[in-house]
Design a protein around this ligand. Structure first.
Ligand SMILES: [Zn+2]
Ligand SMILES: [Zn+2]
Length: 640
């Protein structure tokens, strides 16, 4: 007798034969849009999933976020299908969906060229037009291994041997087969709007000693409009790439002569850093911080006591001399703690707020280094706050206030704020965790900003707040961290003498507001697209004399502005004036003053402002006063 299975679809009940594809129910259902997947017990299923047991199923449509991942993963299969069609003998690795698209890894000696990508994309389109059904196959393990061996897909054989059960789930489309748990879209025709983007190197299973693969990246969407918008966004992001702008504007450099991930700040970048640091220091002093300077190495034993040797992976190997091992510092904390412990502290001197622009060194693998964003030596805008429990909430509130004040001064007004709470495994006392989590949340409430709680996502030694900033094209960048630490306080046995005459453990807060100078600078370059606001611009104005006889006047103006602390250059080269104007634009300098006979006659200059064009003659003293005001107020726009 045939077994009937009870399936609940939204509110309706159906009975269908066991093993029948669930998609057969679709004809009886009144959806105006065609579902592309089902969701059941929190899992996604193929439309063709066979009725296996009683379940409730819900339709998933192309607009749903989880559908996008399935589309992209299906596009990855499509990519591998096209590559194996066009390049026989290429082995395929893995092909997941990722944040903004998908990739697939391939083992092939010859590098894929841009022309290859075009050919692959055309082949993908042909397969889409064939609208081949994407089918799931359950194969006995031995048979699956045999099939992939026959096709020379040794990497897949390895994966099946490692991960496959007695029955192995595979997907086919046409003559292509992949080892995969799914789910997938019903057929290749669903993948209409996609684009291959780039090729980069990758290692098999991320292991640097293993075979090197080529990773082809692509993206896919459910509509052409979304695809176009995303491609435009990538175009815009490319124009803002800090590595390109950093070189073009001579802001910084890295070099293989130094070693990867080590940054030299050139004068035009260094002046910006100086201005950021000065602003940072002034604001910290206003908030009652004191400064600390600490060395770049310390005995390895210190890092043993702090626990870094045990749990912190990004440390360089130690140096050894005079019978002792020393460690390049990956963090500033132990130094501030040693300073705290230099004598007995009393409740009356807390809170102590100790800040340092502290340079740290972390071992990042060369493959992950990226411009200013992932480096091996960087300067954190660090501070450690030691306080009593009755001060905790106010301290955190003031950290959040300061963070928002600094970030908004640079033009960041949109944030992603996350509070990560106690994980399953933790150190410290439960009541301290509760107190700290409450203080963090109260501080966020007081800020009036929206935030999200990541339950259980805190690190083992304390809860934290992370603030990400949204840049000019909507990207979020990790920036501020406020982190409680019950571990170091314990390991270093921190104490103060309370009003009761007993020893108490202070709360220890680590916090960095900008993150690191390098990373923040990278983000700033991309956010401003190299057009720094007046107060940060390495050169604020260039003066262009029209002819030789106007040079002396140009120099006079330069001295006048420089005497007021402004950064002004004169371009008196023999180039044509239009070429000089173009040069100023390329250098992204905010103000340009052109001087000739008329300007000398009425003590003015002809002003051009970046993005605003020609403003005509402006009287010198009036301009000087206004520019000084704009710089002092850190104005992000130039309004005369
Ligand atoms: Zn798959
Ligand atoms: Zn710290």
């Amino acid at each position: 007798m045939e077994e009937l299975i009870r399936i609940k679809v939204e509110e309706s009940i159906f009975f269908i034969k066991k093993g029948t594809p669930l998609s057969e129910l679709l004809t009886e259902l009144p959806f105006d849009q065609k579902p592309i997947l089902f969701r059941s017990d929190g899992q996604l299923l193929d439309l063709s999933h066979p009725a296996d047991r009683e379940r409730a199923i819900f339709p998933v449509f192309s607009g749903d976020p989880e559908a996008l991942e399935v589309l992209r993963h299906s596009a990855a299969h499509l990519l591998a299908h096209a590559v194996t069609d066009l390049f026989p003998g290429v082995q395929v690795g893995i092909g997941p969906s990722v944040e903004n698209g998908f990739y697939y890894d391939f083992l092939r000696e010859t590098p894929f060229t841009p022309e290859d990508l075009e050919a692959i994309e055309s082949r993908m389109r042909e397969i889409v037009n064939l609208n081949q059904p994407i089918k799931r196959l359950l194969l006995p393990k031995e048979e699956a291994i045999r099939i992939f061996k026959e096709r020379g897909q040794e990497l897949k054989v390895e994966l099946i041997q490692e991960k496959g059960g007695a029955e192995v789930s595979c997907y086919t489309q046409g003559d292509f087969i992949d080892f995969c748990l799914g789910p997938h879209l019903p057929s290749t025709g669903y993948i209409q709007h996609f684009k291959l983007l780039s090729v980069s190197g990758a290692y098999w299973k991320g292991d640097e000693s293993g075979p090197q693969l080529q990773r082809i990246y692509g993206t896919a969407f459910f509509s052409e409009k979304e695809l176009e918008d995303y491609l435009n966004f990538l175009e815009e992001a490319k124009k803002r790439d800090h590595r390109h702008l950093g070189q073009a504007l001579e802001l910084y450099s890295t070099s293989e002569d130094l070693g990867g991930g080590l940054v030299i700040w050139h004068p035009r970048g260094a002046i910006i850093r100086h201005l950021i640091e000065t602003f940072w220091k002034e604001e910290h002093l206003k908030d009652g911080y004191e400064f600390i300077y600490s060395p770049h190495i310390a005995k390895l034993d210190l890092w043993k006591r702090s626990g870094h040797t045990e749990f912190y992976e990004a440390m360089f190997p130690p140096l050894e001399f005079e019978g002792f091992k020393y460690q390049l510092k990956p963090m500033n904390c132990p130094f501030h703690i040693i300073a705290y412990k230099s004598r007995q502290r009393s409740y009356r001197e807390l809170p102590l707020r100790w800040a340092e622009l502290g340079t740290v060194y972390r071992y990042e693998r060369s493959g992950v280094l990226h411009g200013l964003l992932r480096v091996r030596g960087f300067t954190q805008d660090d501070a450690h706050i030691f306080c009593r429990d009755d001060q905790l909430e106010e301290e955190i509130k003031s950290v959040i206030r300061l963070a928002i004040k600094l970030l908004s001064a640079f033009g960041f007004r949109d944030y992603g704020i996350y509070l990560a709470t106690r994980p399953e495994k933790y150190v410290g006392r439960l009541e301290d965790w509760n107190k700290a989590e409450k203080a963090l949340e109260e501080a966020l409430k007081a800020s009036g900003l929206p935030y999200q709680i990541d339950e259980g996502e805190g690190v083992f030694y304390g809860p934290k707040i992370d603030i990400k900033i949204k840049d000019a094209i909507g990207r979020l960048w990790q920036c501020t961290t406020v982190q409680l630490d019950f571990n170091l306080a314990e390991r270093f046995d921190l104490s103060y003498v309370g009003a009761d005459g007993n020893f108490h453990r202070p709360f220890l807060i680590h916090r960095a507001l900008l993150g690191s100078m390098e990373r923040f600078f990278g983000v700033l370059i991309e956010h401003y697209k190299g057009y720094f606001p007046l107060w940060l611009a390495p050169v604020q104005m260039v003066i262009l004399p029209i002819a030789d006889r106007h040079e002396a006047y140009a120099r006079e103006l330069q001295s006048r502005f420089q005497a007021e602390g402004l950064r002004v250059q004169v371009n008196d080269s023999r180039e044509k004036i239009n070429k000089k104007i173009r040069e100023v634009e390329i250098q992204k300098i905010p103000l340009m003053g052109i001087v000739g006979d008329k300007e000398i006659g009425n003590n003015s200059l002809s002003l051009r402002i970046h993005g605003q064009g020609d403003l005509g003659q402006v009287e010198v003293e009036r301009l000087l006063t206004r520019v000084k005001e704009l710089v002092q107020s850190k104005s992000l726009e130039i309004k005369l």
